[in-house]
Ligand binder design. Structure first.
Ligand code: PLP
Length: 401
């Protein structure tokens, strides 16, 4: 590690191979993967059909650049348009780049309306990435600290608060768009109320703003629909995607609809790798497999089971604030900082995550089976119970000090 830049607090384990929801380290120890590479590997690891599609494409053509037509990219854009109902797609390589494209679209939209300094409404606790523009849009001081001056042009409001957005609409004539995650992932698996999206759509329509939904984490079947917005029947104008789109081969996409779909002209935006033949083949295979194996239905079935069991076994326990989420995006909020649980779960052969210090986050692959969910619960429930039992004890006080 001496020559890898020190940007991650990594866990002391390296995996050599994976199959389905399981990973193996060099010593042969097996781990149940309830993180899926942070909501990336929806098909799990080494899915045979996905592996075959990648092998075939690598043998044919990996990259040509966007100087030329790319048939597989066009095919992928058609598929994404068909499943989202949106008009067209810009391809890139990651979630932050997909959000960069959205921010550029919003600014261009504003300039077309002669707004000199277009502003975008963003949310507390949001996470949109770590480039300068996307960390400026992100609602976490931890992510921003040290990188000032932040980019101007963002107006922050509390998440899930329509009145706050209305107040901005009344006072700020420079706003051109709202950028929001319907289910905040990094911010603590925060779920919005039923009418939130519809309310945002109404405000955007009334003021001629773009509604931009960051579905980088919540998209690609994770909540039980292709995209989280589809639970409500309200369509966005712009939708950044990444993570689960290529099942691990890096690919991002910014989908656009209506006025937003025709803003960029040649020269306005671009990417060397974006939507290259390999990445496009990976995404097409991912879409096929999610559909063929009815993985969205599975996400709902297994997600509901895990959440119901967590509520049954932990819901009434002192120290558990809330169990929430949708599909296979699950959060358990505790009253205490609980980062230590990640290593403890790893020791017991399970990969989990803790975000915003006190929310246990589970993002299992969409292929997760009932037995695997039971295995995860059999590890996690005692772990959380023991952890809560230690709170308030001299041992916990010493650890916290
Ligand atoms: N947007 C959301 C909602 C995310 O969860 C993430 C990453 O966690 C990003 C954007 C940034 O994606 P990337 O790390 O691929 O740049």
């Amino acid at each position: 590690m001496a020559h890898v830049m020190n940007t991650y607090a990594r866990l002391p384990v390296a995996f050599e191979r994976g199959e389905g929801a399981w990973l193996w380290d060099a010593s042969g120890k097996r781990y149940l993967d309830a993180m899926a590479g942070v909501a990336v590997c929806g098909l799990g690891h080494s899915h045979p059909k996905y592996v075959a599609a990648l092998r075939e494409q690598v043998g044919k053509l990996v990259h040509t650049s966007n100087l030329y037509e790319i048939t597989l990219q066009e095919k992928l854009a058609d598929r994404l348009a068909a499943i989202s109902g949106m008009e067209n797609v810009f391809f890139c390589n990651s979630g932050c780049e997909a959000n960069e494209a959205a921010i550029k679209l919003a600014r261009m939209y504003g300039h077309k309306k002669n707004i000199e300094a277009p502003a975008i409404v963003v949310m507390d606790k949001a996470f949109h990435g770590r480039t300068i523009a996307t960390l400026s849009a992100t609602g976490s001081r931890k992510v921003q600290a040290g990188f000032e001056p932040l980019l101007a042009g963002f107006v922050r409001v509390p998440f899930d608060d329509l009145d706050a957005v209305k107040r901005v609409a009344e006072s700020n004539r420079s706003v051109v768009a709202v950028l929001v995650e319907l289910l905040q992932g990094e911010g603590g698996v925060n779920v919005c109320h039923e009418g939130y999206l519809r309310g945002l759509r109404e405000i955007c329509d009334a003021h001629d703003w773009l509604l931009m939904l960051d579905e980088v984490q919540s998209g690609m079947g994770r909540t039980g629909k292709w995209f989280a917005f589809q639970h409500s029947g309200v369509k966005p104008d712009v939708m950044p995607l990444a993570k689960g789109l290529g099942n691990g081969v890096p690919i991002g996409a910014c989908l656009a609809d209506g006025a937003a779909a025709h803003l960029f002209k040649p020269g306005n935006h671009g990417s060397t790798f974006g939507g290259n033949p390999l990445a496009s083949a990976a995404a097409l295979a991912t879409l096929d497999i999610i559909e063929e194996e009815r993985l969205m239905e599975n996400a709902v079935r297994i997600g509901d089971f895990i959440r119901a069991e967590l509520v049954r076994k932990l819901g009434e326990r002192k120290g558990v604030k809330e169990i929430r989420g949708k599909g296979l995006m699950i959060g358990i909020e505790l009253e205490h900082a609980c980062g230590e649980l990640v290593q403890q779960a790893l020791d017991r052969g399970c990969l989990i995550n803790v975000t915003v210090d006190n929310v246990i986050r589970l993002l299992p692959p969409l292929i997760f089976k009932r037995e695997e969910a039971e295995h995860l619960l059999a590890v996690l429930v005692p772990l959380v119970t023991e952890f809560l039992g230690r709170q308030g004890t001299p041992q916990a006080a010493a650890q916290a000090a």
